[in-house]
Design a protein around this ligand. Structure first.
Ligand code: XMP
Length: 507
């Protein structure tokens, strides 16, 4: 049995954060759409109701029949979750006079309430709501207040049912993690036994059962997710896993050879396909970014399919889909959690079933699993890299010569980040080849060569990003190296745009 907390998602932006915090407590949890409660799951030990963009009295507000869960599991409502439970039981929820947003302090709270064990006096909490609970139901009691919010938290008397109008899951709620721990461990009785090791053990045995003696194909990209998925599957089914790694010619310098060596060192059965000529041919003269992406996407599928067809009797296509991919496409109003098809449409076309062993993990958990599986650190901490590779970092048409120039410049930048101990401090970095020539002077010669932009960003999820504040000395060093060593480049710029409004990649 894998005991779990269910987080009912009413559409809040912080739902994923609640899950992160609970996983950090080594407790397993799953986010499910508010109307998809898994009633038949015997492993549920507690339920959290998330916030929501709606007001409880909105016509379109997401509603559930509380009686289906009340009394059966301990429940914690957060923000909308708290307002909804109060409202449904006869309490009053009204628009707040002023939107209650930002820091507040728990001026009074019941210290002996199990939800507040270890919570400090005047503990800071984070508020973010337009409505507020102005009256609680008869059998509820207020257990915490702030200066402006009387009903900061409540409990249904004699019941394991709590509501908090603040957000314990956000960083600015100082004792928020403690409160969540009180709920999942003390109140729900969670054993905190979710770890990379337990995940590997249970997943390997599930995969063995699910896949039996079936053959499985997996597309490797060199990235963390697909690599960890491959090693995990390999542990479960050994030689029945065949991996395909396509070189479209636009990878980093020596990347194909290095990654192939890594994979072979891990004992994986990998077919490396050098398809670069075909990609360069298809891309010749194409300048428009979306068209470039489409050509590469289609080329990738064609090559993958050709190779996959050579593997007789394959039944499954495995992918390194991770939790945020699933949650982003979680349809709250519909019924399905869509799968991310990195090799779009292939499973149906080839009559393969999908196997996504990492679909419930966050990125840092994937890394922990990789480490636990004995994978080399450089594979695990590798920066994200776009599927279409350097093609989207060469503005304008793509030629083998341009790729070569960019690979050299990129290699100097990335190696420099490693040498200066900066690689792990940035989310990702790369060089962009600009379709711009400018005048320079080298020795006694006038030059008229291309410019590159360095891009390095900090981020936690690539949804938003800031330009990395790299030391000037480092940038000076990289600029000198690139201009001195890479023929064809005589100018280096640094991209200081954040996302939004810019994106991480230039195309
Ligand atoms: P943007 O440029 O949208 O990038 O800010 C966000 C993150 O996604 C990566 N990226 C891709 N990854 N296939 C991928 O697998 C793609 O086509 C692709 N385009 C962008 C990008 O490197 C960044 O990490």
């Amino acid at each position: 049995m894998q005991e779990k907390i269910i987080i009912l998602d009413f559409g809040s932006q912080t739902t994923q954060l609640i899950a992160r915090r609970i996983r950090e407590l080594n407790m397993y949890c799953e986010i499910v759409p508010y109307n998809k409660f898994p009633h038949n799951d015997p492993d549920i030990i507690g339920v959290i109701l998330s916030g929501s963009p709606f007001s409880v009295y909105d016509e379109h507000a997401f509603k559930i029949d509380l009686n289906e869960i009340r009394g059966k599991y301990p429940i914690l409502g957060i923000c909308y979750g708290a307002q909804f439970m109060a409202y449904k039981n006869g309490g009053k929820v009204e628009p707040a006079n002023t939107r209650e947003y930002g820091r507040a302090h728990l001026t009074t709270f019941m210290q002996d309430n199990p939800l507040f064990k270890g919570v400090r006096a005047e503990s800071q909490v984070w508020m973010s709501h337009g409505d507020t609970i102005t009256a609680i139901p008869d059998n509820f009691e207020i257990i915490a207040s702030t200066k402006k919010v009387t009903v900061a938290a409540y409990q249904a008397k004699g019941e394991k049912l709590w509501g908090v109008q603040f957000h314990p899951e956000v960083f600015h709620s100082e004792d928020g993690t403690q409160m969540l721990k009180n709920f999942v461990v003390d109140i729900c009785g969670g054993k905190q036994d979710w770890s990379a090791t337990s995940f590997i053990e249970s997943t390997v045995s599930e995969l063995k059962e699910q896949l039996g003696n079936d053959k499985v194909i997996l597309g490797l990209s060199g990235g963390v997710d697909s690599s960890v998925a491959a090693v995990l599957l390999h542990r479960a089914i050994g030689a029945n896993l065949t991996c395909i790694f396509v070189d479209h010619g636009m990878l980093r310098k020596n990347e194909f050879a290095n990654v192939m060596k890594d994979y072979q060192g891990l004992g994986l059965n990998v077919i490396g396909v050098d398809a670069s000529e075909r990609f360069f041919h298809d891309l010749a003269g194409v300048k428009e970014p979306e068209k470039k992406r489409k050509i590469i996407g289609k080329g990738f599928i064609d090559v993958f399919e050709e190779e996959a067809h050579k593997i007789k009797d394959a039944k499954w296509l495995a992918q390194g889909t991770i939790y945020p991919d699933c949650i982003e496409s979680l349809s709250i109003t519909g019924t399905v959690i869509k799968s991310h098809h990195n090799v779009g449409g292939l499973p149906e076309k080839m009559h393969l079933s999908l196997c996504e062993p990492l679909r419930l993990l966050f990125k840092d958990e994937v890394r922990k699993v990789g480490r636990e599986l004995g994978m080399p650190e450089h594979l695990i901490t590798r920066h994200p890299f776009p599927g279409p590779g350097l093609a989207v970092r060469i503005l304008g048409d793509v030629t083998p010569e341009k790729v070569h120039i960019l690979q050299e410049a990129d290699d100097i930048f990335i190696q420099g980040l490693r040498d200066w101990n900066l690689y792990d401090k940035v989310w990702q970095a790369g060089v962009i080849l600009l379709p711009v020539q400018s005048v320079g002077v080298m020795g006694d010669e006038r030059t008229y060569e291309q410019a590159v932009a360095l891009r390095a960003v900090t981020s936690t999820d690539a949804m938003s990003a800031d330009w990395a504040h790299l030391p000037y000395e480092f940038m000076g060093h990289v600029s000198n190296s690139i201009i001195n060593k890479v023929k064809g480049i005589n100018r280096v710029c640094y991209d200081i745009s954040s996302k939004p409004p810019a994106t991480i990649e230039w195309e």
